[in-house]
Every structure is written in structure tokens, then in C-alpha cells.
Design a protein around this ligand. Structure first.
Ligand code: MEV
Length: 426
């Protein structure tokens, strides 16, 4: 690419159209690429340009629906945004197996977020801890003055936790401000409160405050769900035994636990994205929670009941909101929340936990029986055929031949297409 460089100043000051033009002059994007780039879908140019910086386009992903979910005796259709084939079907399938035994039971989730305030350079750490504790009510009052509306609605700063940590820069006090953020994800409100009380904290503790920021390890916002999955629908005793073995494998081996939890996140992150929530916060919190014992562990647990059915449970922090952030701005997130019909952020987290559990059971069932590739390959082979330039009318045919002959490759899809065009009856 002749003349390509990334040293561009004032890019943000250009209109989106000007940015697109400049981009096209710098790269080898062709006319077709530029046409796609200019398609903003349901966003207006002004809307999308104010969401992040240096915007040049929008990016679409499939929006699918997981079905069959019954959680706390209420039916849910769960929107999922994900690029991976088989995930939505797998979750729906596992939900059907749980439905036979009453569906999922998810516990109430309190929307308590933690904001951390880092206090350093303390002369007398014990004395500082004491005086901070003594001034708790004063700190909570000032924190609550930052968001009168939250208070009116029944939320607000509730408590403080005082922790001492040892660091390479000496001992520090980490003050946790615990805030009931009600239906929000809550990062903004707790950060504002933490910043507001920090000067007073410096005053009373005689220390120096540096960081004042939400913790994504939301241990006061844990979501727990459990369900019984039908033995016969899973594939019988042998498959259940396989799932229990898979679980013990994950419990003993962080390499496996990572993939085990990745499967859980397939569901939870897809819901997080669909509802306009912060996927990175959910991922970071979940994986940190999985490591709290000192060993990275699975977020689910399994056993069998007296009839040999599989009983699963999941526990993880889930800071999902139904107001604030992108939840009400993103047109598809708004639709997702309407489809979900949840009345609170806590209810959304209850759904998230159930979905994560279902997703995990579906993956373990496939792994413990026919393997994961069979289900994957049906959709994957269609995608491969598409990449190979197979016309829509022949996609299914070409995909089926590739699956049958166990050769799912672009070059092979082209060969099959050629054979069909040559009149071969496949
Ligand atoms: C693939 O996206 C997810 C799985 O690897 C999860 C697992 O191994 O449990 C199938």
C-alpha cells in the first residue's frame, strides 16, 4: 500500500464521510468495501459518530434467540449476539432438557457494586483504618449526595469495607464503597461517588489517594442458578457419566477449566452484547471469580440425583444493567430487552446465569458423546461454501456433500460446485 501511514492528527475532527474518504485514500479498500463501510444499518450517522471516537462505520453480528427457557417458573426467549455457529441451538436444546424437570431456579441478585479507593503513604495504618471506620456514615452521606435520584428510587451507597494490602510500594488501605445501583450496571455512579469522597478520605486517613474506580470483581452481585437436566434427553447414563468426568477434569486442570468457562461465556457474553452491556466487565469479573480459590476453576458444578439425572449449578458475578450505557441507546439492545421482558437488572442476571449453565451442559453433552465438531460442521460447512462462492440455492447441497465426505474446505466446495455445474448428480 503506497503512502500508507497511521500518523493522522485531527482524525476525530473530520466528519464521518471525510474519515471514510481519507481511509480509502490510505488503504486498498475497494469500491465494494467502501459501500459496505457506508451502510450504517439502523444507526443514523450522528448517532453512531457520538458513541465512540474516530468512527468510520458500524459492525453487524447475528442476533439469534435461545428458546425453551423456564426460569423461576417464567418463560423467557433469550436474545443472543454471537458469531459462532451452534451456540444458540445448543443453549435451546439444554433448556429443553431442564424444562422437563421444572426449568432453572435462579436466586435473587442484589445490584451491589464495589468502588475501590486506594489510600497510600499512610503513617499509622491501624489508626487510619479506625478513623475511616468511625467516619463511615459521613462518607456514605457524601457519596449519596452525588445521586439523589438513585436514593429516591431506593438505591445508594450502603456500606464500606476496609482492606489492607501489602505491595512493593508498602502497605495500602483499599476502601471499598458498596453501592446499590439498582437497575444500572453501575460503573458510572460508583466512580462518581468514589471521586467525591476521596478528598475527605485523604483528610481523615492522612494518606494520599490515587485510584478511585469500580471493581469488576462484583462479589456482592453474584448470580446463582441450578437445574436438573433429563438423563434420557442427555443421551443416557453413559453421557451423564461423561459429563461428570468432564467436570472433574475442569475442576483439576486450569487448561481445561479455561475452555469449560469459555463455553459458559459463549452464552453469557452473547446475552451481554445483545442487551448493550459491557462484555469486558463480565468476562474480567467471571474469570477473576473463577480464580479466587487460588486455582482457576470451573464456574459450574455437577452431580446426579437419585434417578441419575444431571444436576448442575452455576455461580458467578454478573453486573448486567437494564438502564444506562448502551442499553437504551442501541436500537437492538432495546429490542432485546423488550423480548426478554425482565423487570429489573437482577432478573436479567438471573437469566444470564441460567443461560450460562445451559450453554455449559450443552457443550459437555456434545463433548461427552458425539464430539463438538458434528454440530459445528453443519453451519460451518455452509459458511465455507459461501466463502467458496457457491450460490445461495446450492449452499445446502454443497455443505451436505462436504459433511458426508468429511472434507470441509473452500477448495473442495469449489470442486463440488464445479461437479454440479458439470452435470454430476451429487
Ligand atoms: C466452543 O466455543 C466451546 C467449547 O469448547 C466449550 C467446552 O469445551 O466446554 C465447546
Amino acid at each position: 500500500m503506497k503512502g500508507f501511514h497511521s500518523n493522522i492528527s485531527g482524525f476525530y475532527k473530520l466528519s464521518m464521510e471525510e474519515r471514510q474518504k481519507l481511509l480509502s485514500s490510505l488503504t486498498n479498500l475497494d469500491q465494494n468495501d467502501m459501500k459496505i463501510l457506508k451502510e450504517l444499518g439502523y444507526f443514523s450517522a450522528t448517532q453512531i459518530d457520538t458513541l465512540i471516537e474516530n468512527v468510520v462505520g458500524s459492525y453487524q453480528l447475528p442476533f439469534g434467540l435461545a428458546l425453551n427457557f423456564k426460569i423461576n417458573n417464567k418463560d423467557y426467549i433469550i436474545p443472543m449476539v454471537i458469531e459462532e455457529p451452534s451456540v444458540v441451538a445448543a443453549a435451546s436444546n439444554a433448556a429443553r432438557m431442564a424444562r422437563k424437570h421444572g426449568g432453572f431456579h435462579s436466586e435473587e441478585v442484589k445490584s451491589i457494586m464495589i468502588s475501590q479507593i486506594q489510600i497510600t503513604q499512610l503513617k499509622d495504618i491501624e489508626e487510619s483504618k479506625k478513623v475511616l471506620q468511625k467516619n463511615k456514615e459521613k462518607l456514605l452521606k457524601i457519596a449519596n449526595e452525588q445521586d439523589p435520584m438513585l436514593n429516591e428510587l431506593g438505591g445508594g451507597a450502603r456500606d464500606i469495607e476496609i482492606r489492607e494490602i501489602n505491595t512493593n510500594k508498602g502497605k495500602m488501605i483499599i476502601l471499598h464503597l458498596l453501592v446499590d445501583v439498582l437497575d444500572a450496571m453501575g460503573a458510572n455512579v460508583v466512580n462518581t461517588m468514589a471521586e467525591a469522597i476521596s478528598p475527605i478520605i485523604e483528610d481523615i486517613s492522612r494518606g494520599r489517594v490515587y485510584l478511585r474506580i469500580v471493581s469488576n470483581l462484583a462479589t456482592h452481585r453474584l448470580a446463582k442458578s441450578s437445574a436438573t437436566f433429563d438423563k434420557e434427553m442427555l443421551g443416557g447414563d453413559e453421557v451423564v457419566e461423561g459429563i461428570l468426568n468432564a467436570y472433574e477434569f475442569a475442576a483439576a486442570d486450569p487448561y481445561r477449566a479455561t475452555t469449560h468457562n469459555k463455553g459458559i461465556m459463549n452464552g453469557i457474553v452473547a446475552l451481554t452484547l445483545a442487551t448493550g452491556n459491557d462484555t469486558r466487565a463480565i468476562e474480567a469479573g467471571s474469570h477473576a471469580y473463577a480464580s479466587l480459590s487460588g486455582q482457576y476453576s470451573p464456574l459450574t458444578k455437577f452431580k446426579v440425583d437419585s434417578d441419575g439425572n444431571l444436576v448442575g449449578e452455576i455461580e458467578l458475578p454478573l453486573a448486567l444493567g437494564i438502564i444506562g450505557g448502551m442499553t437504551k441507546i442501541h436500537p437492538m439492545a432495546r429490542i432485546a430487552l423488550k423480548i426478554l421482558n425482565v423487570k429489573s437488572a437482577g432478573e436479567l442476571s438471573q437469566v444470564g446465569a441460567a443461560l450460562g449453565l445451559a450453554q455449559n451442559v450443552a457443550a459437555l453433552r456434545a463433548l461427552a458423546s458425539e464430539g463438538i465438531q458434528k454440530g459445528h460442521m453443519a453451519l460451518h460447512s455452509r459458511n465455507i461454501a459461501k466463502v467458496a462462492g457457491v450460490p445461495d440455492a446450492l449452499l445446502e447441497k454443497v455443505a451436505q456433500v462436504m459433511i458426508k465426505e468429511k472434507k470441509i474446505r473452500v477448495d473442495y466446495a469449489k470442486q463440488i460446485l464445479q461437479r454440479i455445474n458439470d452435470g454430476e448428480n451429487l
